[in-house]
Design a protein around this ligand. Structure first.
Ligand code: 7TS
Length: 416
């Protein structure tokens, strides 16, 4: 779909009004320019109101009582699951497991599918660009289970080095885990190609969609993902809720993650029987308000249109890429705009990213600085840290201009 730039910006101005926080003026008198969306997005009024309504009108535990409030809460909770399933085109809501976020979803697979399927002689393949959430669980399980952990290298431009894939993806590979879109170099990985390569050696795939589900249309069936994970708080939803999607037969065969209430069918002193999927993986009282809030976030994103959001971010990123290149001594990490999602991580010659972030903050600009939970990626690029501007549906070209002006100011401050 093609959208004209004027249409994109008119619409953005309207959408901004849906986000109360974007009206905020900071203590230094500057309007907020929020460019830290890859860490967490802002929430529209509809999500805030939906959660408020739950607490005011029908707050109760789910899947338990047969009283009105509990039935209403259960219905809203399960409707949210159905909304999420439709949003990523899952065949059934039963394949949507609510977790606390992408991190917990990956840990769930590592601890359950991993324990049941991995051992000495097996290999798990991840990539050098992964977020720590898709590295550390595999390192922990490797120590316990004795499998080998291998990495797909990246090029100097922050792309997966696919020439090296045959070296590391072999018949020994049981699981290939990779991010759909990078939270640092911004690269959108060629998922279909990677899944096809995994299939050719009989490996399963886990796709980390933390930076893709919020920003582009996702169809887990078209991608043929075995597991697909993401977090609610990066897609206009609340914190404390995330999703693990899995293929039915894999989820059915996996042992439970945590034990407790709700995940059992029957408990005897001599042993227990598990509940059906997805409840088998949802021990204890779930994040009810948060799941319902995520359902409202999905409604909101669908109403705006995922195609539109993707196109808007591409447009802002192209603009930001060109404008940031004007700043002397600024190095953009990762590939050209055509190969990336809506974020730009960078370094400024001679200025620590934390100082860059502190100076930008004086102009009201919120960016993240540090290693963005991707230390191996930074090591590979030969740097300790970077600053990162990350965009969403409500960001404007004018905000990019404020960012670029503030970057020039940072240069001035440090060249004195
Ligand atoms: N995977 C990717 C690709 C991510 O970007 C993040 C969070 C996670 C997993 C973990 O998500 P969580 O919701 O479970 O914490 N990334 C970032 C970031 O780039 N800055 O702050 C959090």
């Amino acid at each position: 779909m093609i959208f004209s730039e004027t249409l994109l910006s008119d619409r953005t101005q309207k959408l901004r009004q849906d986000f109360p926080i974007l009206q905020r003026v900071l203590p230094n008198g500057r309007p907020l320019v929020y460019l830290d969306n890859a860490a967490s997005s802002q929430k529209p009024e509809s999500v805030i109101q939906t959660m408020d309504d739950y607490y005011r009108r029908y707050n109760a535990n789910v899947h338990r009582g047969v009283h009105t409030l509990s039935e209403e809460a259960t219905e809203a909770f399960e409707i949210a699951r159905e909304k999420v399933a439709k949003f990523i085109h899952a065949p059934s809501a039963r394949q949507i497991i609510f977790t606390r976020g992408a991190t917990e979803s990956i840990n769930l697979v590592a601890y359950t599918w991993g324990r049941a399927n991995l051992g000495p002689g097996d290999e798990v393949l991840i990539t050098e660009m992964e977020h720590h959430a898709n590295i550390v669980p595999w390192q922990i399980m490797k120590e316990q289970l004795g499998f080998t952990l291998r990495y797909v290298p990246i090029t100097n431009h922050g792309l997966l080095d696919l020439d090296e894939l045959p070296e590391v993806l072999t018949e020994r590979t049981k699981l290939f885990c990779f991010m759909h879109a990078s939270n640092v170099v911004g690269t959108i990985n060629p998922v279909q190609e990677l899944v096809a390569a995994a299939r050719a050696v009989g490996a399963k795939v886990l796709i980390d969609g933390a930076q893709s589900v919020p920003h582009m249309p996702i169809d887990v069936q078209a991608l043929d993902a075995d597991f697909y994970v993401f977090s609610g708080h990066k897609m206009c939803g609340p914190t404390g809720i995330g999703v693990l999607y899995g293929k039915r037969e894999l989820l059915e065969a996996m042992p439970p993650f945590m034990g407790g209430g709700d995940m059992i069918r029957e408990v005897k002193l001599s042993g227990s029987k598990w509940n059906s999927v997805p409840f088998k993986f949802e021990a204890g009282t779930p994040a009810i308000a948060e799941a319902i809030g995520l359902g409202a976030a999905v409604d909101y994103l669908q109403q705006v249109g995922m195609e539109w959001i993707h196109e808007h971010e591409r447009e802002i990123t192209r603009y930001a890429y060109a404008r940031m290149a004007e700043v002397e001594g600024l190095r953009i990490l990762g590939p050209k705009p055509e190969q990336r999602g809506g974020l730009i991580a960078f370094t400024l010659n001679g200025i620590h990213p934390h100082d860059v972030s502190a100076i930008l903050d004086r102009s009201g600009v919120a960016v993240r600085a540090g290693h963005h939970c991707a230390q191996p990626l930074h090591d590979r690029l030969g740097i300790h840290a970077s600053a990162r501007a990350s965009f969403y549906l409500y960001n404007t070209r004018e905000e990019v201009d404020v960012l670029v002006d503030a970057l020039h100011k940072a240069q001035d401050v440090f060249s004195l």
